[in-house]
Design a protein around this ligand. Structure first.
Ligand SMILES: Cc1ncc(COP(=O)(O)O)c(C=O)c1O
Length: 385
C-alpha cells in the first residue's frame, strides 16, 4: 500500500474526516445570508480559542500573509520594531518588516533556546523615548521546537507603549494563549496547524490599541488591508472572494475543538510532546530544545553524527509512509522535525516512533528493541492514569 501516510508534520496537519466532509458542501453566495451566518459562527468560535473579546479577522492567505498583514497595517516606513527571534520564523518577521521599510532591531537567541523576557525588559527600559513601536515575536517557533513564554514577555513590556505582536501560527489551540489576559495586541494564527484545516486561512486578533495604530499607519496595503476586513466583517462579508470551503472546514474544526475542550487539547499536545521526547531519547537521539522550553506542537531532533536529515526522513516516508519534516535555517542539516499537532493522537506517535526505530536500525545506529515505543507508552499511561 503506497498511499497510506501518517503525517507527522508541523503543518499541514492531517485533516479530520468531519472537516473534509464539511468542506465538500456545495458552493454558496459569499454575499448572501448563508455566508454571513458562517462568518459570524467561525469568528465567534475563534474568539473563544484566542481567549479574546477583541476583533478577529480572517484573511484568505497562508500564515505568512497574516504576518505581512500585521506589519503592513501597524508599522509605517521608518518606524522601529524590536524583533525577538529564536529561529527561522522570527527571521521571517525581520525580512517582512524590512521589506516594508521598518527599522528592525533584532534580539536574537540561539536556535533551541527560548527568548529571555529579562532581555526584552532590559531593552525596552533603555528606550526612554518610546521609539520602539512594536515587539514582534513567535509563540511557538516551528523551526526549533521551542515555546516562548508570551505571558512573561508581555509582563516584560511593562508600561512601554510598544504593541505586542505574536505569531502563534503553530501554537494556538496546541498551547494556551490568552490574548486579553496577557495583553497581546495582535495574535496571528493559521488554519493548517492545530486547527486541523488545510492551508489557506490566516486569522488575526487586534486590540483597540492595534486598531489605533492601523488608523495612523502609512504603509501600503490593498489585499491585506485589515480595516477593510473589519468593515466588511461588520456586514457579514469579506472584501474579496473568501475561501468558503475552508471556512466550512474551520467551522467544523472549531466544533471539534469545543467538544474536546481547549484544556484537553493542550493536555493531548503536551502528552504527545512528552511521548516523542521520551521515545527519541530512549533511541539515543537528542532533541534540539531543552525540556523546559519544549514545544507541544513539534520536536526538532538532532541527527546522529555522520548522517543527514534525509537519511532518516526519506526511508521513513518511502518504507513506512511516515512523513516528518527536515530542518530549516541554521539547523537545516542538523535536525529533522517530528510534528505532533492538530489531528494527531498517541497511536500516530507510537507508529512514528516504531518506524523511526526501524530506520535507525537499518542505518546501523541501534538494534531493534521496541524501547522507544515502550518509553512513549509509559508516558501515555502516566498522562491517562
Ligand atoms: C511559527 C510560524 N510562523 C509562520 C509560518 C508561516 O506560515 P505559512 O507557511 O502558512 O505561510 C509558519 C509555518 O510553518 C510557522 O510555523
Amino acid at each position: 500500500m503506497t498511499d497510506k501516510q501518517i503525517l507527522l508534520l508541523p503543518g499541514p496537519t492531517p485533516v479530520p474526516p468531519r472537516v473534509a466532509l464539511a468542506m465538500a458542501r456545495p458552493a454558496i453566495n459569499h454575499r448572501g445570508p448563508e455566508f454571513s451566518e458562517l462568518l459570524h459562527t467561525v469568528t465567534q468560535g475563534l474568539k473563544r480559542v484566542f481567549k479574546t473579546n477583541n476583533d478577529v479577522v480572517i484573511l484568505t492567505a497562508s500564515g505568512t500573509g497574516g504576518m505581512e498583514a500585521a506589519v503592513a497595517n501597524l508599522l509605517s516606513p521608518g518606524d522601529k520594531a524590536l524583533v525577538v527571534t529564536v529561529g527561522v520564523f522570527g527571521e521571517r518577521f525581520v525580512k517582512i518588516a524590512q521589506r516594508f521599510g521598518v527599522e528592525t532591531e533584532v534580539l536574537a537567541f540561539p536556535y533551541g533556546q527560548a527568548a529571555d523576557p529579562a532581555a526584552v525588559a532590559e531593552r525596552l527600559a533603555r528606550d526612554k523615548a518610546g521609539e520602539i513601536k512594536a515587539i514582534l515575536v513567535q509563540h511557538n517557533e516551528t523551526s526549533t521546537g521551542v515555546l516562548n513564554d508570551i505571558e512573561a514577555i508581555s509582563k516584560a513590556r511593562g508600561d512601554h507603549p510598544a504593541l505586542l505582536v505574536v505569531d502563534t501560527i503553530s501554537g494556538l489551540a496546541a498551547a494556551d494563549l490568552r490574548v486579553d489576559e496577557w495583553g497581546i495586541d495582535v495574535a496571528i494564527a493559521g488554519s493548517q496547524k492545530a486547527f486541523m484545516v488545510p492551508p489557506g486561512l490566516t486569522m488575526l486578533s487586534l486590540s483597540d490599541r492595534a486598531w489605533q495604530a492601523v488608523e495612523k499607519c502609512k504603509n501600503h496595503r490593498y489585499y491585506l488591508d485589515l480595516k477593510d476586513a473589519r468593515n466588511y466583517g461588520l456586514k457579514g462579508q469579506t472584501p474579496h472572494t473568501p475561501a468558503v470551503s475552508l471556512l466550512y472546514g474551520l467551522k467544523e474544526a472549531l466544533a471539534m475543538l469545543e467538544e474536546e475542550t481547549l484544556e484537553k487539547s493542550f493536555r493531548r499536545h503536551a502528552c504527545l510532546r512528552d511521548m516523542v521526547r521520551a521515545g527519541i531519547k530512549a533511541l539515543g537521539l537528542e532533541p534540539l530544545a531543552d525540556d523546559r522550553v519544549a514545544s507541544p506542537s513539534v520536536t526538532a531532533v538532532k541527527v546522529p553524527a555522520g548522517l543527514k536529515p534525509a537519511d532518516i526522513t526519506v526511508p521513513l516516508r518511502e518504507k513506512h509512509g511516515v512523513v516528518v519534516a527536515g530542518g530549516q535555517g541554521q539547523v537545516k542539516d542538523r535536525v529533522f522535525r517530528i510534528g505532533h499537532l492538530g489531528y494527531v493522537n498517541h497511536m500516530d506517535v507510537l507508529s512514528g516512533l516504531a518506524a523511526l526505530e526501524e530506520v535507525l536500525a537499518s542505518l546501523g545506529v541501534i538494534s531493534v528493541s521496541g524501547i522507544g515505543v515502550a518509553k512513549a507508552l509509559e508516558v501515555y499511561q502516566k498522562f491517562n492514569a
